[in-house]
Design a protein around this ligand. Structure first.
Ligand SMILES: C[S@@+](CC[C@H](N)C(=O)[O-])C[C@H]1O[C@@H](n2cnc3c(N)ncnc32)[C@H](O)[C@@H]1O
Length: 435
């Protein structure tokens, strides 16, 4: 018994091993120092997101017991949940080196002490899906440390490793795979009448079909239990995290979109209903003097765009969603957006149309694009349209150079597809002034 896993204590020895192997570093300014290999860094949850989520978990009320992370990686997320909930953590990691660093990180991040609760945190090297093997190893390890009782598992957080191109893969390629993982652990969890406390961290690129597969797994294994799907954006114009909060961790609403700032939540929109996203493809790009609002894609991907926009409709502002790149959903209106919308954290940029062109900004035409913007009073123009990612910074640099010293407002260029008379379509590049 227990041979399937090996237990590591989260203590000074784990930390000394890790320090010899690779000195700890803060991943970002102001964050705690931790040990990571490059691979772990790529997979790890940023500290700001882990600790913000952990605080919300700390506010939830669920049965007493351990926090389990069966794909613990760097241990950062598990440690942050343990700190916020004041509970003991059990992490499992297949990769031995990562597991050892994780035990060291737990030791660094948790408050030091010699009480049984502090001594009971464990990282197991082994398969996170094998609950029997893991629990057997945990019990033996705690027993040999003189800790008599092993609390039940009260919450499961999992952030499976996923294929880089998640759109073209199945859910079974998540490592560890979700269904067998939950089938293995749910019977071992302390569960009250609200069902199991689960936080599933999923790829933000999961397709609608793959999200439905996750729903089906939860319908089968935790029928009738509340769940909240959450899309989180850090304002970089993409969905950064997608997660499902289940049972005591779910809110009363089924869908939620969160805009995170550098360390705290700036805005939350939630609803139990999603709306259809209907965008209009026009035969003309937005006219001169129309107003364009670029909206954070998490609002549209979560299908909470109607709920969100309703907060800003003042009876005068009457926008429509113009067909655009879904990564840059666009609202167009004749009248200026109300101040509440302009300052909404889910708004990426607001501008008035000042120029159109048929060709994409490129290295050759950047000075011409810049001159047109300058004539419209723009002194700094940001590319917010689709261009070759490798060329993007170079074209942006050329625009900056062409507008150097020009006194003017900020502006941006977006790409808007428009229908052609022959039934096809073409892209129009629209310059907007943020003045
Ligand atoms: C996305 S990472 C977790 C990152 C973690 N949340 C953090 O903040 O560092 C997923 C981890 O699961 C591990 N893993 C994959 N399959 C596993 C399995 N069957 N059992 C345990 N760990 C597994 C991988 O080695 C990887 O470290």
């Amino acid at each position: 018994m227990g041979a399937s896993h090996r237990a590591l204590e989260c203590d000074g020895r784990a930390q000394s091993w890790a320090t010899r192997k690779s000195p700890p570093k803060a991943q970002r300014k102001g964050e705690p120092v931790v040990h990571m290999t490059n691979q772990m860094r790529r997979l790890s949850t940023p500290w700001s997101i882990a600790s913000e989520r952990a605080n919300r978990i700390g506010d939830a009320n669920f049965p007493p017991g351990l926090i389990l992370d069966p794909a613990v990686g760097s241990g950062i997320h598990l440690a942050s949940i343990c700190i916020a909930t004041n509970r003991v953590g059990l992490g499992i990691e297949l990769d031995e080196e990562a597991a050892r660093f994780s035990a060291a990180n737990m030791n660094r991040l948790l408050v030091k002490g010699k009480d049984p609760g502090r001594m009971a945190h464990r990282i197991l090297i082994g398969d996170g899906v094998d609950s029997l093997g893991a629990l057997s190893t945990l019990h033996s390890s705690l027993e040999s440390a003189g800790i008599a009782s092993t609390p039940p598992i009260a919450m499961l957080h999992v952030d499976p490793a996923r294929p880089l191109d998640a759109q073209n893969h199945t859910l079974d390629e998540m490592a560890p795979p979700l269904r067998p993982l939950l089938e293995s652990w749910l019977p071992k969890m302390a569960i009250d009448n609200r069902g199991p406390a689960l936080l599933l961290d999923l790829s933000p690129r999961l397709s609608k079909k793959q999200r439905a597969e996750v729903d089906k797994i939860l319908d089968d294994l935790a029928p009738g239990v509340d769940r909240t799907w959450e899309w989180l954006s850090q304002g970089g114009g993409r969905v950064d995290r997608l997660s499902v909060w289940v049972g005591p961790l779910a809110s009363t609403e089924k869908f939620r979109s969160i805009r995170m700032g550098p360390s705290s939540v700036e805005s939350i929109v939630s609803s139990s209903e999603q709306s259809l996203f209907i965008s209009e493809k026009k035969t003309m790009p937005p006219s001169f003097d129309n107003w364009v609002v670029i909206v954070d894609p998490s609002i549209v991907e979560s299908r909470l765009h109607v709920e969100w926009l309703n907060n800003h409709l003042d009876g005068i502002y009457d926008p429509f969603w113009q067909r655009a790149n879904l990564r840059r959903p666009v609202l167009v209106s004749k009248s200026p957006p109300p101040q509440t919308l302009i300052s909404d954290p889910f708004v990426v940029a607001v501008g008035r149309v000042v120029a159109h062109r048929l060709s994409s900004p490129n290295m050759e035409n950047a000075p011409t694009v810049a001159r047109a913007a300058e004539r419209a009073g723009i002194g700094h123009l940001v590319l917010r349209c689709e261009v070759d990612p490798e060329l993007h910074p170079k074209i942006q640099k050329r625009l900056n150079k062409s507008l150097k010293g020009v006194d003017g407002s900020r502006g941006f260029v977006i790409d808007i597809p428009v229908s052609s008379r022959d039934g096809g379509w073409h892209v129009n590049f629209v310059t907007c002034s943020e003045n």
